[in-house]
Design a protein around this ligand. Structure first.
Ligand SMILES: Nc1ncnc2c1ncn2[C@@H]1O[C@H](COP(=O)(O)OP(=O)(O)OP(=O)(O)O)[C@@H](O)[C@H]1O
Ligand SMILES: [Mg+2]
Length: 325
């Protein structure tokens, strides 16, 4: 088997936010958005990230593109610590790692035309010799995402949602990135448009040999687009495996519950619905034990006291559960 090149390696990442509230006492003012997150991203793959609202998906994405500075832990990009890079190497890394956000409208300046937004991004990253060259490159990028010359001088409100997200994609592409973190990039779009934009992501990936981190809470979309998938719960990775392997053999009780909610592909397939009791606990304050302890049907005394580590159960199928060995 051909060995895979690691483009990014995340090691023991923690991200805490301080909550400014007079009602909270000292240890309870810390919100643990990410706890001990470690994984690798291979060049050319799509790594899906799934989990309920508030589990830390966007915080993780923002750490990867350096919009958040991790509280501790490291992010190695092509073997080098992202936060230690200086000068030309730092500029290069900032150019190579881009992000596309959920809301295509708020990511564009309402007073700037599509072509201006794309050219401005290139200018910020020092791309293109002059304005004429950047204008031409903006047109090339817009055409690559299925827009054309008549869309160049339009303002964000003059586009449909799908077209607006295409402008955002063009803007990211104009910088020639290597890795794109896509944070729920189709969630705000109409279902019929979602498929078009997802296929656009796939096409661009093949043509440009891009690597994606694809964040979504839509299990069907993540399965369709991802090579491997990370399942997150309360700021931690609870399971990670290939897309096919995970959907056919989910091992963590949380993943089992999540996947049991998808309707079966065939009417003859019988699948038991796994329901978790209660709500997700708060990420504020110190956490003890397995994050799922309070809701897991298998919970024991040990689960309430100790946090299970993410372990390889064989063949790279990583699971954090005392019941899986
Ligand atoms: N800047 C911030 N300051 C304080 N708390 C924050 C900040 N950003 C995120 N959080 C908190 O961190 C936790 C993780 O948030 P995050 O946005 O990463 O979740 P998410 O998985 O992306 O959720 P969603 O699916 O709703 O987008 C949440 O509890 C959130 O309230
Ligand atoms: Mg989010």
């Amino acid at each position: 088997m051909e060995s895979k090149r690691v483009i990014m390696k995340v090691e023991n990442l923690h991200k805490d936010f301080v909550i400014h509230s007079k009602k909270l006492t000292e240890p309870n003012k810390m919100l643990h958005a990410l706890s001990n997150v470690s994984f690798e991203i291979y060049e050319g793959e799509t790594l899906g990230v799934i989990g309920e609202s508030g589990c830390g998906k966007s915080t993780l994405g923002r750490c990867l593109v350096q919009l958040h500075k991790p509280t501790s832990g490291t992010i190695l990009y092509q073997g080098k610590d992202l936060w230690s890079l200086k000068g030309q190497e730092q500029k290069q890394a900032r150019r190579n790692i881009q992000m596309i956000f959920q809301d295509p409208y708020s990511s564009l300046d309402p007073k700037k035309t599509a072509s201006y937004s794309v050219e401005e991004a290139m200018k910020v990253h020092g791309i293109g010799e002059n304005n004429r060259e950047r204008h031409q490159r903006a047109l090339d990028s817009l055409q690559e995402v299925g827009l054309d010359i008549q869309h160049m001088e339009r303002y964000p409100h003059e586009f449909s949602g799908g077209q607006r997200q295409r402008v955002n994609i063009a803007r990211a592409l104009s910088i020639s990135p290597k890795l794109i973190v896509c944070d729920e990039p189709v969630s705000a779009l109409d279902v019929s448009i979602q498929a078009q934009v997802i296929n656009l992501f796939k096409k661009i990936q093949q043509e440009r040999k891009l690597t994606y981190v694809f964040i979504s809470h839509d299990l069907g979309i993540v399965k369709y687009i991802s090579d491997r998938i990370i399942i997150m719960y309360l700021g931690r990775i609870v399971e990670m495996y290939t897309s096919h392997g995970l959907y056919s053999n989910p091992l963590h009780p949380y993943t089992q519950a999540l996947l049991s909610a998808i309707p079966p592909e065939s009417p003859f397939e019988r699948r038991e619905r796994v329901l978790l009791e209660g709500d997700i606990p708060s990420p504020i304050g110190d956490q003890v034990g397995c994050p799922l302890a309070g809701r897991c049907p298998k919970c024991t005394e040990k689960c309430k006291k100790e946090t299970p580590e993410l372990k390889d159960t064989g063949d790279g199928h990583l699971v954090a559960c005392f019941f899986v060995s």
